[in-house]
Design a protein around this ligand. Structure first.
Ligand code: SDX
Length: 393
């Protein structure tokens, strides 16, 4: 009943991870956080409330939410010395420079790197610091990459408004917080908040199982998210849509290219290991994108290209036979663009959204005193053989 399969050698190996956090049903397109349907959370909750739900297991009461929110708001500042980290970064280190500087910054939070004992008050403080400072690190990394002065966090603002302020406010003029943009950002972060044992979450659990600090485990999760098959896909979707637009908007050509066995090109934002009919998050993001672009008066030609690409692909037997549908990344970039988030920040936004889920999964693994992760293998290499001296090879 512990979920461990003890083999004949007494070797404790875990089968599937046992978790009470997120439920997915790939056939029916169901996603629930602690039992609450994603559709209800996306339309009625906000990001910090969902973060509390994922981490502590239930929706917070008024006081619990106020204390959690205050605990995060109070920890948004990062040490002034951290600016030297950004000073040392080349202006345009590489396309994912913001993500790289975020990983470096996170791993400098070493002070509680060795607190392998999980004192609840220490863990709760670390959780609040991590959620608070990650947003500041992300915004400062972006500002540095653009050569803009950094904007300090404002405790009077809520999480999303504060992030937008740090990202886009300029010291030379008033920055007006747009409630439509704040709500859209909340929805995007909620939809990315957790997703069961995906690649980056499994990485966080594995790294955390050695009792590395929460910061170290999260840094490893950000690294895993980076890949274009995972969190890096949202940025690749926009690059793909922009390529189609530059080439005259021929979506059929792109669909044919994705079917070509000789090319390793894939339709970015399509397909999913678990969802085999539709990704419920993609449906919500598509609907919110239509609403927000309309409300903001944004006319993004990429939305029309994305919609026609989806239509062509979903009427093509190659995609239908392989159960390839738009996933969370297919439309998220359209919505990020509409609210002003630049493409190089898309995977960083995915990391900020996924952070509460990573924390919740790490906490569950540590609270359950799970052993160090040690996946089994099936050995398919050579049987025993003798060494051959160099002169005889
Ligand atoms: C995320 O796990 C999670 O929950 C992840 C995530 C989360 O919230 O954490 O949901 C976030 O990572 C979403 C996925 C983002 N990645 C992409 O959009 C990249 C494009 N998609 C693919 O690379 C792929 O669909 C994956 C990685 C998402 C899933 O890969 P699988 O399940 O390993 O599928 P596969 O590689 O075994 O492919 C099965 C078949 C193959 O064809 P055949 O060998 O059967 O002929 O489908 C084909 C693949 O070539 N295929 C695609 C395709 N995805 C799969 N063909 C064209 N375009 C695609 N996008």
């Amino acid at each position: 009943e512990t979920g461990f399969i003890t083999s004949d050698t007494g070797y404790k190996s875990t089968g599937a991870t046992r978790s009470a956090i997120t439920f997915l049903n790939g056939e029916k397109g169901i996603l629930r956080y602690r039992g609450y349907p994603i559709e209800q959370l996306a339309s009625q909750s906000d990001f910090l409330e969902v973060a509390y739900l994922l981490i502590y297991g239930d929706l917070p009461g008024k006081e619990e939410l106020e204390s959690f929110t205050h605990g995060i708001t109070r920890h948004t500042l990062i040490h002034e010395d951290m600016k030297k980290l950004y000073e040392g970064y080349p202006e345009k280190a590489h396309p994912m420079g913001v993500l790289a500087s975020m990983i470096s910054a996170l791993s400098t939070f070493y002070p509680d790197a060795h607190n392998t004992q999980l004192h609840p008050e220490q863990v709760n403080l670390t959780i609040r610091r991590l959620i608070a400072k990650s947003a500041t690190i992300a915004a400062w990394s972006y500002r540095k990459s653009q050569g803009f002065p950094i904007m300090y966090p404002q405790n009077r603002l809520d999480y999303c408004a504060n992030f937008l302020h740090m990202m886009f406010a300029l010291p030379t003029e008033e920055y007006e917080i747009n409630p439509t943009v704040v709500k859209a950002l909340n929805t995007l972060l909620i939809l990315h908040a957790d997703h069961e044992q995906n690649c980056s979450t499994s990485t966080v659990r594995i790294a955390g199982s050695s009792h590395a600090s929460l910061y170290a485990a999260i840094s490893s999760g950000v690294c895993a998210l980076w890949g274009p098959l995972h969190g890096g896909a949202n940025q690749k979707v926009i690059e793909m849509l922009e390529h189609i637009r530059r080439e005259g908007g021929d979506v059929k050509k792109m669909v044919e290219k994705a079917k070509d066995k000789d090319s390793d090109f894939r339709l970015m934002g399509f397909g999913h290991r678990v969802y085999k009919n539709f990704d419920p998050r993609a449906k919500i993001i598509k609907k919110v994108s239509d609403e927000v672009l309309n409300e903001l008066g944004v006319d993004d030609p990429l939305l029309e290209i994305a919609t026609s690409l989806e239509e062509v692909a979903l009427n093509d037997s190659y995609f239908v036979d392989r159960k390839l549908y738009p996933n969370v990344d297919f439309y998220s970039g359209i919505l990020y663009r509409a609210i002003g988030i630049p493409t190089e920040m898309f995977t960083v936004m995915f990391a900020l959204g996924r952070l509460p889920g990573w924390i919740a999964q790490w906490k569950e693994m540590r609270d359950n005193n799970e052993p160090i992760s040690r996946p089994r293998q099936i050995y398919v290499g050579p049987t025993e053989r003798d060494y051959v001296p160099l002169e005889k090879r």
